[in-house]
Design a protein around this ligand. Structure first.
Ligand code: PDD
Length: 286
């Protein structure tokens, strides 16, 4: 039997039901997190919980649990579902109230849900890399909030998929921002470059782990805006996310990135990233 977390209680997943006037359902009025599980353990859990609480706070939702309480509940959920490898999906909405654009007055309880999803690491793609398209970033200007409103991201991802690609690399005019569900990195002359974490992108947890790895291992790194032309002329391109880890991008808009195979720095970062997973979650099966 599968279990889910609903407002602090772990219940049968099939019993977890949300009201049709939940503001998440009607307005996308809420925020979420995806947390990776390796060997039954949560990777970078503190960072995910901090971002979750911060995203919620930035839209005025106050989650009635501390980070520690959430961690304990998620641990219990993992145990009950006996999850070895996969993800936890967690979201909170402003709660249930008669439909009105205005925030409901009075004390409505946010709706907090979490459940687990089995899933293996994308080993084949990690080895050979993935293809991407370029597309204009049509999203709002608070991409730093991990909002449930993902329409812009969905349209971009769908377009990529329809062209046989894994990801859509978005740009605002000349500036590359991020993928539809990932952060984007280029490597030029040995320097790793990725967009600064501001309102135009999500401050990826994986991105931050990679930046730390670069600093610790003396790999030159810059957090700055880079152009579509720099992307097209890059020595290496890769993307990062909780589920995709350090994923080489070997083709963009039908044109190979250099020779079309994952580059040296990307490989090195994959290795170091796996070490970090193993530090936190134990030895990985390969
Ligand atoms: N997506 N940018 C966007 C728009 C994202 O949706 C994500 C993650 C990232 C990478 O963030 P992180 O490294 O913290 O996962 C960047 C998740 C995995 C998703 O929506 O499924």
């Amino acid at each position: 039997m599968e279990f889910a977390l609903l407002n602090g209680n772990i219940i049968k997943r099939s019993d977890a039901k949300i009201d049709i006037e939940d503001r998440g359902y009607q307005f996308g009025d809420g925020v979420y997190e995806v947390i990776r599980i390796y060997n039954g353990r949560m990777f970078t859990i503190d960072e995910h919980l901090n971002r979750f609480l911060k995203s919620a706070e930035s839209i005025g939702i106050s989650i009635p649990f501390t980070s520690l309480q959430l961690k304990e509940l998620l641990d219990e959920l993992l145990l009950k579902n006996n999850l070895e490898t996969g993800n936890i999906y967690m979201q909170v909405t402003r709660g249930t109230a008669p439909r009105n654009h205005l925030f409901p007055s009075g004390d409505i309880m946010p709706t907090l849900v979490a459940y687990t999803i089995k899933g293996v690491r994308p080993l084949e793609s990690l080895k050979s890399g993935v293809k991407a398209i370029l597309t204009e970033d049509i999203r709002w200007l608070r991409c730093d909030i991990k909002s449930l409103n993902l329409l812009g991201n969905l349209l971009a991802k769908q377009k990529a998929s329809e062209q046989g690609c894994f990801e859509a690399i978005q740009h605002r005019g000349d500036d590359v921002t991020e993928g539809s569900s990932s952060n984007i990195f280029i490597v030029k002359n040995g320097t790793v470059i990725t967009h600064e974490s501001n309102h135009l992108i999500l401050k990826g947890i994986t991105k931050d782990v990679i930046l730390d790895i670069c600093v610790i291992n003396n790999i030159p790194v810059q957090e700055r805006t880079f152009s579509v032309a720099e992307l097209e002329e890059a020595d290496e391109v890769f993307l990062s996310s909780t589920t995709a880890e350090v994923m080489p991008v070997v083709e963009i808009n039908g044109k190979k990135v250099q020779s079309g195979v994952p580059g040296h720095t990307t490989r090195k970062l994959q290795e170091l990233f796996e070490k970090e997973i193993e530090n936190q979650c134990g030895v990985l099966l390969r």
